[in-house]
Design a protein around this ligand. Structure first.
Ligand SMILES: Cc1cc2nc3c(=O)[nH]c(=O)nc-3n(C[C@H](O)[C@H](O)[C@H](O)COP(=O)(O)OP(=O)(O)OC[C@H]3O[C@@H](n4cnc5c(N)ncnc54)[C@H](O)[C@@H]3O)c2cc1C
Length: 488
């Protein structure tokens, strides 16, 4: 009998059961059937590629799933055929992009994994009309590069751009530093080509800048983490590249002065493209490699980037420097050259790795709070760490109130890992109590489903369950993710 069919993962309880799955297997006949469905693609049923498909970036937290087969369709029709096969055979389908997700969204719980990496063409770019049509498997960095080559920008800039895919970014509604001014991925998607159960290719929206026909299914699918449909392509809005940028960096003696600088930037009507923060722990781990002059042992840093025409940038950077000087440790730094900017953002990209290197491991979550509660969230993270005997720190997208609250661990110490998972859970309670939410950009995946009801309340959760059943009546698309798995 089909061993593929009966495996539904359970939402992960806390403390996390690290074997997020049950054994899965596929017999030769099923593999043969799947291969026949994807003549342009391939099916992998053993070896390192199948092993890699069992985890995403949460692999560093020991999270790994199980699956019988990795299917790589070569066209949208093949995606539809695979989804139809899953519906016919009651087989769970776990869609995956680059596997960089930080919430276990792509971790399979049996069934089959479908990777969209074979759908990797940029179908059209129209520089004159600032738009692009691209398939789901195109890497984020390629979208950005092709836009830039045409004098345009695709502003969403989640990390791991060399590995993550457009489909994954849309499915998680990924953010990144430039989301402060430009918004998250969903703000730049005007249409989707998507395969809906039981296996039909549909388009929602398109190369249009406005569309209010029917309910807004576009933004229901954006951020749905593979639980409502499989995205095969998207129409993207682009924007002309700003002429130039300048960066202002302020260091502070503590959380209060730093957060006051963040609020002052906003209160003064300045609109930087980026407004980031780093607390004392994040700086202690990374300031050694800071490429410019920094004060000794700074307790907080704020980075703002102004962009626009040369005249606008000069004026905005001067205003940012003036506002951010209030309460700063010494002079604020002003960086205007391209190579300085590259060095600074490359340092910024390395902060997470530097924090991990402190003790060999970390558990990090991405809570979001109203900007005026940022200081409380940063203090709260430190208190939670102290209570669990773990060094803690945070950094993130200050202007969006989006905090990467992190607990540093010895990765080989199972007790520390468990305490860190409990501590991470407490950051969700902290965020809810501060009027915020349990995830600003990384998504719910399998790690946070227990927290969805506390975050949304029972009525809203029941509406979410109805939405899930409407799109996916057999509950086969990425089961156990995004919301607690409804009863079959
Ligand atoms: C070093 C690092 C830095 C990061 N920085 C950021 C950041 O700044 N901001 C941010 O928001 N995130 C960040 N992330 C998280 C991650 O990069 C993003 O969420 C990314 O967008 C995921 O894309 P992916 O292709 O790797 O998706 P995957 O990890 O493969 O999948 C993520 C989710 O999307 C679903 N999915 C994937 N493709 C499709 C599709 N075609 N159709 C339907 N569902 C699909 C999967 O089922 C899963 O639920 C970071 C991750 C790393 C490792």
């Amino acid at each position: 009998m089909l061993r593929l069919t009966s495996i539904h993962p359970r939402p992960m309880p806390r403390p996390i059961d690290r074997t997020a799955s049950r054994p899965a297997g596929a017999d030769g006949a099923e593999i043969g059937e799947l291969k026949a469905l994807v003549p342009l693609g391939e099916v992998v049923s053993e070896g390192p590629r199948l092993r890699a498909a069992k985890q995403d970036a949460t692999g560093s937290r020991g999270i790994r799933g199980e699956t019988a087969a990795l299917v790589l369709p070569g066209s949208k029709e093949e995606v539809a055929a695979v989804l139809a096969w899953c519906y016919e055979h009651d087989t769970p389908l776990f869609t995956r992009g680059g596997g960089t997700g930080l919430a276990g969204g792509a971790v399979p719980g049996g069934g089959i994994v479908m990777s969209l990496e074979g759908l990797h063409s940029i179908r059209a770019i129209d520089p004159g009309l600032w738009r692009m049509e691209a398939e789901a498997g195109v890497r984020t960095s390629r979208i950005q590069r092709v836009a830039r080559e045409n004098g345009l920008v695709f502003p969403p800039d989640p990390g791991a751009g060399e590995q993550s895919t457009l489909g994954g970014n849309i499915a998680t509604n990924a953010g990144g530093p430039h989301a402060f001014r430009y918004g998250v991925t969903g703000s730049w998607v005007t249409g989707l080509e998507v395969v809906l159960p039981p296996g039909e290719v549909v388009t929602i929206g398109g190369p249009v800048r406005k569309d209010v026909a029917g309910y807004d299914l576009l933004h229901l699918l954006i951020g749905s983490e593979g639980t409502l449909g499989v995205i095969t392509a998207a129409w993207l809005r682009l924007v002309p590249a700003p002429e130039t940028q300048a960066i202002v960096v302020g260091f502070y003696d503590g959380i209060e002065h730093g957060c006051a600088a963040v609020e002052a930037v906003m209160a003064n009507g300045l609109q930087p493209a980026v407004l980031e923060f780093f607390d004392a722990g994040a700086l202690a781990a990374s300031v050694g490699s800071f490429p410019f002059q920094a004060p000794d042992e700074p307790a907080f840093a704020v980075i703002a980037e102004a962009d626009g025409s040369a005249a606008e940038v000069a004026a905005n950077a001067a205003e940012l420097a003036s506002v951010m000087s209030e309460g700063s440790l010494g002079e604020v730094l002003e960086l205007s050259g391209r190579s300085d900017a590259r060095e600074l953002w490359s340092w910024r990209d390395g902060v997470s790795i530097a924090v991990t290197a402190q003790r060999g491991g970390k558990v990090s979550e991405d809570i979001v709070v109203p900007v005026d509660r940022l200081a409380e969230a940063i203090h709260g993270t430190l208190e939670i760490g102290e209570r669990h005997g773990l060094p803690a720190c945070s950094w993130g997208h200050a202007g969006d109130g989006n905090i990467h609250a992190s607990f540093l661990i010895d990765a080989a110490d199972a007790d520390e890992l468990e305490r860190a998972e409990t501590a991470a859970g407490e950051t969700f309670r902290l965020a809810i109590d501060l009027g915020g939410s349990i995830s600003g950009e990384h998504g719910i995946g399998m790690l946070k489903t227990d927290w969805v009801e506390p975050a949304l309340g029972p009525k809203v959760l029941s509406v979410q369950e109805q939405i899930k059943r409407t799109f996916d009546p057999k509950l086969l698309l990425n089961p156990g993710k995004k919301i607690p798995e409804p009863e079959p």
